[in-house]
Ligand binder design. Structure first.
Ligand SMILES: [Zn+2]
Length: 227
């Protein structure tokens, strides 16, 4: 695709949709997922249930404001522990994203666990998904079947992958999220974000942002990266 055809191309998603400033399209469902994502999820959930695996969504759509609260809470916690602003920011981005850059803004990504009676207190802990542990049956089922329903793991255990740590619970509906990521990159969304109420934003240099894009946002399962 040439630059000309790219600029002439109609965008499919608005800036606000890509950054969690508005709810996703057709998201009138309990999780505010995009319509097609919710439909695909229900199919996957039903198929899993037949195999004795009860899937539960613990996180789905998240707004810019909510992400900012998460960021600011962690920033406060880490700087109160004595970390420098730069170190605090680097610690936050082990697991959490800068507001406006979360895949949870898109209504395509979900965090899932097994729906069980006595869940562990720390649900989203990679150990839970290891062999012989509580969520291992779910992991095995997803490894085998998620792709059939369009869902792919984003932050894999690949030791060569940089950026956000391994999240065995985080799945993305690839048919939509790939297009969203494509537009996110081509429209240079990340550079247009206003972080005025984001703690530590003074330390978010242009260099940091471009490094964060390449070393975090794009450090995902290769099949989820647009051509
Ligand atoms: Zn997630």
């Amino acid at each position: 695709m040439t630059n000309n055809s790219l600029s002439a191309q109609q965008t499919l998603f608005s800036f606000n949709e890509l950054t969690g400033k508005v709810k996703p399209a057709n998201s009138n469902n309990p999780f505010s997922l995009r319509g097609e994502v919710y439909t695909a999820f229900l199919k996957m959930q039903k198929a899993a249930a037949i195999d004795g695996i009860k899937i539960k969504i613990v996180s789905s759509y998240r707004s810019f404001t909510r992400q900012q609260q998460i960021w600011n809470r962690k920033y406060k916690k880490f700087t109160n522990q004595g970390l420098s602003p730069e170190t605090a920011i680097n610690k936050i981005i082990e697991y959490s994203t800068l507001p406006g850059t979360s895949r949870h803004h898109w209504g395509t990504d979900i965090d899932i666990v097994l729906d069980i009676d006595n869940p562990p207190t720390s649900l989203l802990n990679p150990t839970n998904f290891k062999k012989n542990n509580i969520f291992y049956p779910l992991k095995q089922w997803l490894d085998k079947n998620a792709l059939t329903y369009g869902f792919e793991l984003v932050y894999t255990a690949d030791p060569n992958r940089k950026g956000f740590k391994y999240e065995p619970w985080h799945y993305s509906y690839a048919p939509t999220s790939k297009s969203m990521l494509s537009e996110y990159i081509s429209c240079k969304i990340i550079k247009q974000l206003n972080q005025k109420n984001t703690s530590g934003s003074y330390f978010l240099s242009i260099k940091f942002i471009s490094n964060y894009l390449n070393s975090n946002i794009l450090q995902i399962k290769p099949t989820l990266i647009p051509e």
